[in-house]
Design a protein around this ligand. Structure first.
Ligand SMILES: Nc1ncnc2c1ncn2[C@@H]1O[C@H](COP(=O)(O)OP(=O)(O)OP(=O)(O)O)[C@@H](O)[C@H]1O
Length: 889
């Protein structure tokens, strides 16, 4: 599916908004381009810094030091005619906000029309109409005429269209604000309920006092091997306190979603077909409404409707929202299941879950018999888990049919996906397009390419804050460090804002944040304050953050790439795809019209790849293959992937698993060893699961769990640039001449000894939040160890045992000192260097194992431990004999 729309203008020349702005800030800050070019552009001049009166000079100097010379003009693109999608079978959404030039009075924004694949729709459909119903009628007539002419497409019965909410809500600020307020109330409720519930998403106060609490006694394992909440903790009261007015408001919000009028058609198609591909604009209501429609119509036949999400924060917040809309308690009929948190019960029929969780469930039940409908949402993301799930669900559907079991319905949904590819894969499943979105999103591009997107993003935040109407801001960044530094910069600068300027409330959002901290972004902020969220791509799909009106898209993302030849698994910052850009823009315009500021030019956008490369073709597959074997798929090399990974990646993964004693070959088929079966229960890379199993033999599971938990979260130490020397000096007390893993353990022990004191963390330059997250992960891993019979023993001061365990799991990541002082990996003889942040940077031991490689100017090893080469030989004798490993004297 190709989205290739025109882009709306920022201000109409005659618009009151512009006039008002001009009056307010003067022409020096707003320039109008020559009418012949595009008369409606807001320019931010090259030397705009001096116009930013809200940025005090000190902070401004700091920004300027980042040496940005370009200007930051955002130009709207001239309105073009609607383009039809290239592919013969695709269509665009002619009336979606992205393509609208002007706000049309009394016109609908393309609501509630569902088309089947192959539709062609002409520009004429954009004609204005005086009323919504007339517009719909016109569309219907036109389409029916076209349908007769081309005999190629079908307009589904739109009789329900008449039920469209008659009140065409105007988008005046007052209404928007009212909506923000109501959504904020909802968010506040979620917060309050999470707090009452004592769940992992508890709010700060509760989490902050944590050190390593004993696991709750009545935690039990569900069939995924994950911890399930005790039943008395599962209920959250949502219906009790909800007033009638709120209920009515929620219902009217649902009714005004573009998907609502086509409820009957959707349900009818779901009854008719085994698999469906549904594509609809962001925010049209797919994720929240489709499961409710299917449930009300009984399509699930008393089974469960499972909806997969690529990210946990989406699964949690959408389940919250749907339970609220249905007026029921979360965990009852509607629930969610994400890693380390299960909020479902026997009664749950609509279950939002991460794709990883459903994958784990398929280990114990490959036919997924509990489910009668599975909705694969945000299918365009193509994570490792989604791609594996596609194959598993497809095979479950076929097998259930063969065995004459209850049929499994599959619905694949997204706003931005390659529909033909998906349709083909799911046995030519019919594709349905849902037209329209509720609110428009204006697209803005920079006039010139930007050298420094971080700087541009910061400036854009303040630009919006100073000149644009109320509404919160969501900024897409690449990773934790970048986000934290941007959060800091904005906080520092905003604290110096002039007296009459509204305050800014700034939040970070990234995967390594504890759940409670992630959910804070959904909370309301103080009245009169503007919320700014700096997020990684975890906020890119599915979620609705109340109040977001402005999205700033830096155009960059951090992604993992794997090279089987070199054995390198690298994290790199790279450009996003067009599909990602549209998803990001779609985080605005959900409760009110919005604006998306793309920090790249229109030309740069055009040059982006259409879709991201599926992870399956660019990641280490050891975990995936382990999961497939655990599910019982023997011929993993010929698994029915939508896009096949290269044979080298698959055989390299199998070799790794064989060396870790997780798999063995029997009659030319791969199968799991008994240890491999247990390793598959751990939500960890197989090499780390192997380390845990070794710790049982060497009696150091306590220490190993600590280290693995700390490696599972983002960096726990930080070195602020201003206090570099002090921080390095303070960190010395944790250092160990055995390596970084032991240093991590020392930090954790000290953190525990001060009972997680926040001030201690600040004084010692360690991240309090990340340590809390590690505490949580450790707790869950300890539960799993108990489950598989690994006692939690400590080796006390005998840390050599810890390093030996690490050698047994990480031997593929071993490096050897060379005569000239550099290192070579033992696996592929790749040239590598010890990262300057390592405790071993100066020592240069003969043999080390490392946790990860980072490619910048050099290829750096991070998180190292000294190992004895004999341990490596013991861990994988035949492998190291091949590699000619000799002991250095
Ligand atoms: N947590 C929430 N708080 C407030 N409103 C919400 C929330 N979740 C959903 N909504 C409302 O429901 C609308 C539809 O959301 P939904 O997630 O169903 O859309 P979608 O079509 O799945 O979008 P996307 O493709 O971006 O995932 C949103 O635009 C918003 O108005």
């Amino acid at each position: 599916m190709k989205f290739n729309g025109n882009h709306v203008k920022i201000f109409n020349k005659k618009s009151k908004a512009l006039q008002k702005k001009k009056n307010k800030i003067g022409n020096s800050r707003v320039s109008l381009l020559n009418d012949s070019v595009t008369e409606k552009q807001l320019l931010i001049p090259a030397d705009f810094g001096k116009h930013l009166s809200i940025i005090p000079s000190k902070a401004w100097d700091k920004f300027k030091k980042r040496s940005l010379k370009d200007d930051h003009g955002y130009g709207s693109q001239p309105e073009k005619k609607l383009k039809l999608a290239k592919s013969k079978n695709t269509s665009v959404f002619p009336q979606c906000g992205f393509f609208q030039g002007k706000k049309k009075k009394n016109s609908i924004k393309g609501k509630g029309i569902l088309f089947k694949k192959g539709i062609y729709k002409s520009d004429k459909h954009q004609k204005k109409s005086t009323s919504r119903n007339r517009n719909i009628e016109m569309k219907q007539k036109k389409l029916n005429k076209n349908a007769r002419k081309h005999k190629k497409y079908i307009l589904l019965d739109s009789s329900v269209v008449d039920t469209v909410n008659a009140e065409d809500k105007s988008e005046n600020v007052h209404a928007s604000l009212k909506k923000i307020e109501s959504s904020n109330k909802i968010a506040a409720k979620i917060e309050q309920r999470s707090f009452q519930n004592g769940c992992t998403s508890n709010i700060s106060k509760k989490t902050e006092c944590v050190a390593d609490k004993k696991p709750e006694k009545n935690r039990t394992f569900n069939n995924t091997g994950y911890i399930k909440r005790p039943s008395h903790l599962q209920k959250m009261s949502s219906s009790d306190s909800k007033s009638k007015v709120e209920k009515m408001e929620l219902l009217s919000q649902r009714r005004s979603l573009p998907i609502f009028p086509v409820q009957q058609e959707l349900v009818r198609e779901a009854w008719k077909n085994h698999s469906i591909i549904l594509i609809g604009e962001t925010a049209c209501g797919k994720t929240t409404q489709v499961p409710q429609f299917l449930y009300s119509a009984g399509v699930h036949s008393n089974g469960v409707i499972g909806i997969t999400q690529p990210r946990r924060v989406a699964a949690i917040t959408i389940a919250e929202r749907v339970s609220l809309e249905m007026g029921i308690d979360l965990g009852d009929l509607v629930g969610y299941s994400v890693r380390f948190d299960d909020m479902t019960s026997e009664k749950t029929k609509i279950k939002y879950q991460t794709d990883g969780m459903l994958l784990r469930e398929s280990i114990s039940d490959p036919l997924l018999k509990r489910y009668n409908v599975i909705i694969l949402d945000e299918a365009h993301e193509r994570t490792l888990h989604t791609d594996v799930l596609f194959g598993i669900i497809k095979s479950a559907q076929i097998q259930r049919k063969r065995k004459k079991l209850h049929p499994l319905k599959i619905i694949v949904m997204s706003a931005t996906m390659d529909v033909d590819h998906f349709s083909q894969y799911f046995n030519n499943a019919p594709v349905y397009y849902l037209e329209g979105r509720q609110y428009s999103v204006q697209m803005m591009y920079t006039m010139k390419e930007q050298e420094d997107y971080v700087f541009t993003a910061l400036v854009t935040v303040f630009q919006i804050h100073q000149y644009e109407p109320e509404g919160d801001i969501l900024v897409f960044c690449t990773g934790q460090e970048e986000i934290e530094s941007m959060v800091k910069a904005v906080r520092e600068t905003s604290s110096q804002l002039p007296f009459d300027c509204a305050p800014l409330t700034v939040f970070p959002l990234y995967a390594a944040l504890p759940s409670a901290h992630q959910l804070r972004v959904f909370q309301p902020v103080a009245k009169g304050s503007r919320k700014v969220i700096f997020s990684t791509n975890i906020a890119e799909t599915s979620i609705t953050i109340p109040g977001i009106k402005y999205v700033i898209d830096t155009g960059m993302v951090k992604a993992r790439t794997y090279h089987p030849g070199s054995g390198l698994d690298l994290l790199k910052v790279q450009k996003i795809s067009k599909a990602q850009a549209w998803q990001r823009a779609g985080r605005a315009g959900r409760e009110m019209s919005g604006v998306c500021y793309r920090l790249y030019t229109k030309q740069e956008y055009e040059n982006l790849r259409e879709y991201s490369i599926p992870e399956i073709q660019r990641c280490n597959l050891a975990s995936v293959i382990l999961q497939l074997l655990a599910i019982g798929i023997k011929d993993v090399e010929h698994f029915d992937f939508m896009d096949k990974p290269s044979p080298e990646i698959v055989s390299s993964a199998l070799l790794q698993l064989q060396l870790l004693s997780a798999v063995e070959k029997e009659d030319s088929c791969w199968k799991l060893t008994s240890q491999g079966k247990q390793m598959a229960l751990f939500p960890l890379e197989p090499r780390f699961a192997k380390v845990i199993f070794m710790s049982k033999e060497l009696g150091c599971t306590e220490e190993i769990l600590t280290i693995i938990s700390l490696l599972s979260v983002e960096s726990v130490v930080f070195v602020p640039s201003k206090k570099r020397e002090i921080a390095v000096e303070v960190h010395k007390k944790f250092q160990s001449n055995e390596g970084d893993h032991i240093m991590l353990m020392n930090i954790y022990r000290s953190f525990k000894s001060v009972k997680g004191n926040k001030k201690w963390c600040t004084d010692n330059f360690v991240h309090h939040r990340n340590l809390l997250m590690a505490v949580e992960v450790r707790k869950q891993l300890a539960e799993l160890c108990k489950h598989v019979g690994i006692p939690l023993k400590s080796c006390g001061q005998d840390t050599a045992r810890v390093r030996k365990c690490l050698a047994y799991g990480l031997f593929l990541n071993a490096a050897e000192l060379q005569r000239e002082g550099g290192y070579n990996t033992l696996d592929t003889r790749q040239r590598v260097t010890i990262h300057p942040s390592s405790c071993l940077f100066v020592n240069k031991p003969a043999y080390v194992v490392f946790t990860e490689l980072i490619q910048t100017s050099k290829c750096y090893m991070r998180y190292l431990s000294i190992v004895d080469p004999d341990w490596l030989l013991e861990a994988a004798p035949s492998y190291f004999r091949q590699k000619r490993l000799y002991k250095v004297n």
